[in-house]
Design a protein around this ligand. Structure first.
Ligand code: PGA
Length: 249
């Protein structure tokens, strides 16, 4: 299976900046061992999709509404994302769980809405530093996985990516060790195995995110049971990001 590499621009990049980014990305990115999914802000999705058309690069959204239509000022629906050329969507990122108070119930609704519309959800899970210190990592991750995907059929897991992102390692300058990462991803796999089957636990796409950069990504992406990576800050500079991407084996 190709490694899934996700670039999450968060609230960065105007349309003009995205144009310049994609022009370089398209001309320099060359690695058929990975599937690259770029998630720009909503305003840059159209231009990103324009550039990505005819290449192997896929476009993702960073969020979507849990409702399908109607009085949801400021929200964006699954249908709108799909219409704009989006194939994947990040759901339950820790920044949304914390700042926008998204709980597992809302996240579950978003996942179902995405799947119903033909979008592939990237579910983010991860423990905070206090939960880690209190020894609650297993409990927290299992709950986020179980409640996040409650009601999904086993065959729907094929369209799902789960990103293990310890909150304490996202944009903080603190780095998770390879052991922390393997342990976290194993907890996620085991939860899927217990909820569905051994096969589902083996096949589920589990990636890692949090502080990935040019120094640590090679080792982390080769670690056992890691199917890819989610890059935030390190994806913003196209030159250095492309050099990371082109080295992934
Ligand atoms: P980071 O962000 O790579 O800047 O830590 C990761 C993320 O968006 O989850």
């Amino acid at each position: 299976m190709k490694k899934k590499i996700i670039a999450n621009f968060k609230m960065n990049q105007t349309i003009q900046e995205s144009k310049a980014y994609f022009t370089k990305l398209i001309s320099k990115f060359e690695n058929d061992k990975i599937e690259l999914i770029v998630c720009p802000p909503f305003t840059s999705i159209s231009i990103a999709n324009f550039f990505a058309r005819g290449t192997s690069i896929k476009i993702g959204g960073q969020n979507l509404s849990d409702e399908e239509i109607g009085g949801q000022t400021g929200e964006i629906s699954a249908k709108m994302l799909k219409d704009a050329g989006v194939e994947y969507v990040i759901i339950g990122h820790s920044e949304r769980r914390t700042k926008f108070k998204e709980n597992n119930l809302v996240i579950n609704k978003k996942i179902k809405t995405a799947l119903k519309t033909g979008l592939k959800p990237i579910l983010c899970v991860g423990e905070t530093v206090s939960e880690k210190i209190a020894g609650k990592t297993v409990e927290v991750l299992r709950k986020q996985v179980e409640e996040g995907i409650r009601g999904l059929y086993e065959n729907e897991l094929e369209s799902l990516i789960i990103a293990y992102e310890p909150v304490w390692a996202i944009g903080t300058g603190k780095f998770a060790s390879v052991k922390d990462i393997e342990d976290g991803c194993n907890i996620v796999r085991k939860a899927i195995q217990d909820l569905y089957s051994d096969k589902a636990g083996r096949d589920i796409c589990v990636i890692y995110g949090g502080g990935l950069n040019s120094v640590n990504s090679g080792k982390i992406l080769m670690a056992k049971g890691i199917d890819g990576g989610l890059f935030g800050k390190s994806s913003l500079d196209v030159d250095s990001f492309v050099s990371i991407l082109n080295k992934i084996k």
